[in-house]
Design a protein around this ligand. Structure first.
Ligand SMILES: CSC[C@H]1O[C@H](OP(=O)(O)O)[C@H](O)[C@@H]1O
Ligand SMILES: Nc1ncnc2[nH]cnc12
Length: 310
C-alpha cells in the first residue's frame, strides 16, 4: 500500500510520533504520503509516514525500522531527529516498551517519565555539535513538562479502559541489547529508577539539541529481573506478549494526545516556541569563528537554516 502513496508532502508537519518495540505502525489513521528524507547523519530508521488526523498531518517513524531490524545501539538517532526537524516537526511523542523497576508499576501500565539515568556506554553517536562546532545545551529536565501535562490530561479519559498511567518517573536507559543482570536491576532500584529501556538516549538529548518538545510515553511489559521469582525474568516473548495486549491502549492514548495537540490552544506548544533559540544560544558563542570547521557548520545549518547569517 505504501508504494502507491505520494513520496513528497508539501506542507510542514509539526507533530511526530516515534514508535518503538511492538509499535512499528500506527494503524487507524489515514496515510497521505510516505517520505524518505536524507540528512548529513544518514537516513532515518524507516521511511516517514505522513498520516492525517482531524486535518492535521502527523509524521510517524519506526525507531527500530519497519521490520524491527535495527538494534537499540544501532538506531540512527541523529538522522531520525534531524529528518523530523527538516520536515517541520517541533513536537515528538515517543513510545517505548520498558521493564518496571517498581512493584506498583505493573505490566500494561503507562508511565510518563520526567527523568533519565544514562547507562549507555558511549558507543552511540549522541550529539549534533562536534567536529569543529561545540555546543552545550541544558538537560536538567530531559523531557517536556508541557507535553507531559497534555498526556496526563488524556490519561484521565483512559482510566475507564483500565489503564493506569503513572505521572513522573525515572527511566534508566541501559546499553543492551542484552537485558540487565539481577545485580544491576537491584542497583537501578536503589538509585530510584522507575522503569528501564534501551532507547531514551540519545534520542532525548538530540531532540533537546534540535530545540524540539519531546516526551516519552513508556509502556511496562515486564518486571525486568529484580523480583527473582521463578519464570518471571524478562525475555522477548514476555515483552512482545504485553505489547500486543497493550497496543489498543497505546492507540487510544495516541489518539487522545493527538486530538489535544490539534487544538488551536496548543499551537505554541506544538511549535515548541518555548525551546526556540535555546540550542542556538548554546552553540553560537562557544567556538570562535577561526576554530569552526566548515563541514560541522554545514551540519548545524541543516538543523537550523540561516543559523550563521543571523
Ligand atoms: C524487546 S525488549 C528491549 C527493547 O524494547 C524497548 O524498545 P523501545 O524503547 O524502542 O520500545 C527497549 O528500549 C529495547 O530496545
Ligand atoms: N527489562 C527491560 N530492560 C530493558 N529494556 C526493556 N524493554 C522492555 N523491557 C525491558
Amino acid at each position: 500500500m505504501g508504494s502507491q502513496l505520494p513520496t513528497t508532502f508539501d506542507r510542514p508537519v509539526h507533530i511526530a510520533v516515534i514508535g518503538g518495540t511492538g509499535l512499528s505502525k500506527l494503524p487507524g489513521y489515514h496515510p497521505v504520503a510516505i517520505i524518505s528524507p536524507t540528512t548529513p547523519w544518514g537516513v532515518p530508521s524507516s521511511p516517514i509516514t505522513i498520516l492525517e488526523h482531524s486535518g492535521v498531518p502527523i509524521a510517524f517513524l519506526s525507531r527500530h525500522g519497519t521490520h524491527h531490524q535495527i538494534a537499540p545501539h544501532e538506531v540512527p538517532a541523529r538522522a531520525n531527529i534531524a529528518a523530523l526537524r527538516s520536515i517541520g516537526v517541533r513536537t515528538i511523542i515517543a513510545f517505548s516498551a520498558v521493564g518496571s523497576l517498581q512493584e506498583h508499576i505493573k505490566p500494561m501500565d503507562f508511565v510518563i517519565p520526567d527523568q533519565i539515568i544514562d547507562r549507555t556506554k558511549g558507543i552511540r553517536p549522541f550529539t549534533f555539535f562536534e567536529g569543529g562546532v561545540v555546543g552545550h545545551v541544558g538537560f536538567a529536565d530531559p523531557f517536556d513538562a508541557k507535553l507531559a501535562a497534555v498526556v496526563q490530561r488524556c490519561a484521565a479519559a483512559m482510566k475507564g479502559d483500565g489503564v493506569t498511567l503513572h505521572t513522573g518517573g525515572v527511566v534508566v536507559c541501559m546499553e543492551g541489547p542484552q537485558f540487565s543482570t539481577r545485580a544491576e536491576s537491584n542497583m537501578y532500584r536503589s538509585w530510584g529508577g522507575s522503569v528501564i529501556n534501551m532507547s531514551a538516549l540519545p534520542e532525548a538529548k538530540l531532540a533537546r539539541e534540535a530545540e524540539l518538545a519531546y516526551q516519552m510515553i513508556c509502556m511496562a511489559t515486564d518486571y525486568d529481573c529484580w523480583r527473582n521469582t521463578d519464570g518471571e525474568d524478562v525475555d522477548v516473548a514476555m515483552v512482545m506478549h504485553y505489547m500486543a495486549k497493550n497496543s489498543e491502549n497505546a492507540k487510544h492514548l495516541v489518539g487522545a494526545v493527538l486530538d489535544e495537540l490539534a487544538k488551536q490552544d496548543n499551537s505554541d506548544l506544538v511549535l515548541a516556541k518555548h525551546w526556540a533559540g535555546s540550542a542556538q544560544g548554546a552553540v553560537k558563542f562557544m567556538t570562535k569563528p577561526e576554530g569552526r570547521n566548515p563541514e560541522a557548520m554545514k551540519n548545524v545549518e541543516f538543523l537550523f537554516p540561516g543559523f550563521w547569517n543571523e
